[in-house]
Design a protein. Structure first.
Length: 214
């Protein structure tokens, strides 16, 4: 693993990645570094008391839009129009909820104030985007991520009522299935597996990222 300096905007070669998937440590969360990271298939993920950790895991959890699975119960929810959806109308509220709404099996959050500020800045650059899920004019779910044009890198989601974030994700994938080759979900979750996400090799992900699998 390589220590990054704040004044040096680069990432080391993938061969320096640890078995756990950590490529580098340190640096900063400037828009320039974050954009470079995502374009290289790298993402930050660390706890509040840790230095910045940059990840390039050996496998990537992704969803190909044409493989989206929508259960009968979710189809019923859409028919009943239980939720309404918007995009980029409440980014700060979405990312704040992602950092505070409890998740089953998780203690705390990796979304520190530093991380929130960094992604807020990417949102101002038009790169970080949010999806909001509403019920009776109340924000009940949503997610945010990085838009790379042909790939969307999902970062975090939240739900205050059952199926809210799942409905937002399904609506988003269905809407943009022709724009995005894949949705990068980064790491495995049962929640996203039920929607059709699967693990692929990191270098296969890079091929999509670089357009050689288009």
């Amino acid at each position: 693993m390589i220590w990054l300096q704040k004044h040096e905007l680069y990432f080391p070669d993938y061969e320096f990645t640890s078995e756990e998937g950590i490529l580098a440590i340190g640096g900063d969360l400037s828009p320039e570094r974050l954009i470079l990271a995502y374009r290289l298939g790298i993402f930050p993920w660390f706890n509040a008391d840790d230095p910045i950790l940059w990840w390039f895991p050996p496998e990537r959890f992704v969803l190909f839009p044409h493989e989206l699975k929508v259960s009968k119960s979710m189809k019923k929810i859409f028919r009943a129009q239980q939720f309404t959806f918007t995009e980029n109308t409440a980014f700060e509220e979405v990312i704040t909820n992602c950092s505070t709404v409890p998740r089953k099996g998780q203690d705390g959050t990796w979304l520190t104030p530093e991380m929130i500020a960094a992604y807020m800045e990417l949102h101002r650059h038009g790169i970080a985007k949010s999806v909001e899920v509403w019920q009776d004019q109340e924000l009940v779910g949503g997610f945010y991520g990085i838009d790379l044009g042909h790939i969307f890198c999902g970062e975090s989601m939240f739900a205050k009522v059952s199926n809210a974030s799942k409905a937002g994700f399904i609506q988003f994938v269905a809407k943009y299935h022709q724009q995005y080759q894949l949705i990068d979900c980064q790491v495995y979750t049962n929640h996203l597996k039920s929607l059709g996400a699967k693990l692929i090799d990191a270098y296969e992900y890079l091929a999509y990222l670089n357009g050689s699998n288009s």
